[in-house]
Design a protein around this ligand. Structure first.
Ligand code: GDD
Ligand code: MN
Length: 356
């Protein structure tokens, strides 16, 4: 047998693909989605629609489609978010491989079999990406693109499992159904982040696609979801950035205490002692709390932590100066410098001094 397993899927009638599509007010889009999927798949599939009692009658449309197409409908009583809808769909899925996608045709149906094939070929996860060659976004103004790229950068910064992905925000991916069934959503929308952290896929494929404008209706994503996203990142990162910031603040208190205790000592000496005391107490607290159980040898970690802090201080200084030269007011420039220093500090601590 020399056949390529990835093309086998197209002809292998025994592999069922479960397409899981959460819906909220997508009655107008479902018929076109089913058409598109029928054209795209030459192997068997089932479309599982998980609808949250949409007022526009999406569930009725889905039931009507189910008379002539492999569609199954799950209705939940109230709107409870895309992520939990996807997990609910996976629990009802009969296929070994699940493809998660949206109903509004922003995720092109013709890409869905490509994602499934990657998993069939042995990848643990296949993610549709807008940010690789061949992918893209149609009709987005620059500011939306910037927000999206910023959100992706934040995810990569805070979630180690998201680091290898060009589009960790993607809502279009294929994975083994049994993994998806076990996922506990930590947010409303970004189920892929939960899959990355909770299923720990090792082999990940990326498949470029063009995110098209919505076929009909409007996006359900609002400001509330941005806040939910940040909360989700915090939960998934074990609240580490906040703990790190709290430890940093405690370090200021330690330094002030040392200055007070060394009342008679010349300032250039007591300030140095205060700085060293705060770096060491920050290290001890971060080791015991923020990054508990990580970091290897305490002495080497302590030395590395000094280097990380020095680099953070340098980043603070350079960014503040660069912004000031660029015309930013000195207070804002310094504040943004502090932020840059904090980020540099955190990244170096997380990836280096407290490497797991
Ligand atoms: N059941 C259910 N419950 N479905 C929902 C809910 C909900 O509370 N909220 C949204 N949906 C459904 C929509 O009906 C649609 O099928 C899909 O989830 C995506 O919602 P959109 O409102 O179209 O989101 P978007 O286009 O802004 O963003 C989507 O694409 C991005 C890029 O891949 C989402 O999938 C994002 O998570 C993704 O990053
Ligand atoms: Mn959409």
């Amino acid at each position: 047998m020399t056949s390529d397993s990835s093309t086998d899927l197209v002809t292998n009638a025994s592999v069922l693909i479960s397409l899981i599509v959460p819906t909220y007010n997508e009655a107008e889009n479902l018929p076109a989605l089913v058409d598109g999927l029928r054209r795209a798949f030459s192997s068997p599939f089932e479309l599982i629609v998980v609808d949250d009692s949409s007022p526009d009658g999406t569930a009725d449309v889905a039931r009507r489609l189910a008379e002539t197409a492999p569609v199954r409908v799950i209705v939940r009583e109230r709107r409870a978010g895309l992520s939990s809808a996807v997990v609910e769909g996976a629990r009802h899925a009969r296929g070994q491989i699940a493809v998660v996608m949206d109903a509004d045709l922003q995720h092109p149906p013709e890409i869905a079999p490509l994602l499934a094939q990657r998993v069939w070929a042995g990848f643990d996860l296949a993610v549709g990406t807008r940010f690789k060659k061949g992918g893209g976004i149609e009709g987005w103004p620059l500011y939306r693109l910037a927000i999206s790229k910023g959100a992706a950068a934040l995810a990569r910064l805070l979630i180690p499992e998201a680091r290898g992905l060009s589009d960790p925000e993607s809502g279009f991916f294929a994975v083994r159904t049994d993994c998806l069934r076990r996922v506990r959503p930590t947010g409303l929308y970004k189920i892929l982040l939960d899959v990355l952290v909770q299923c720990r896929p090792e082999k990940i494929a990326e498949v470029p696609y063009v995110f098209r404008p919505r076929a009909r209706g409007r996006s359900k994503l609002g400001l509330r979801h941005m806040a939910d996203y940040v909360l989700q990142l915090m939960r998934l990162s074990g609240w580490r950035p906040l703990k790190f910031a709290a430890v940093g603040a405690s370090g200021v208190g330690v330094a002030e205490g040392v200055l007070y205790a060394l009342g008679g000592v010349p300032f250039h000496l007591s300030a140095a002692a205060a700085l060293e005391a705060s770096i060491t107490s920050n290290y001890v607290l971060n080791r015991a709390w923020t990054f508990r159980g990580r970091g290897g040898s305490p002495l080497r970690g302590w030395a590395k932590y000094h280097a990380a802090v020095a680099a953070g201080g340098l980043a603070n200084y350079l960014v503040a100066n660069a912004l000031y030269l660029a015309g930013v007011s000195k207070y804002l420039a310094y504040a943004l410098g502090v932020l840059a220093g904090f980020v540099a500090n955190y990244v170096l601590a997380e990836r280096w001094a407290f490497k797991s």
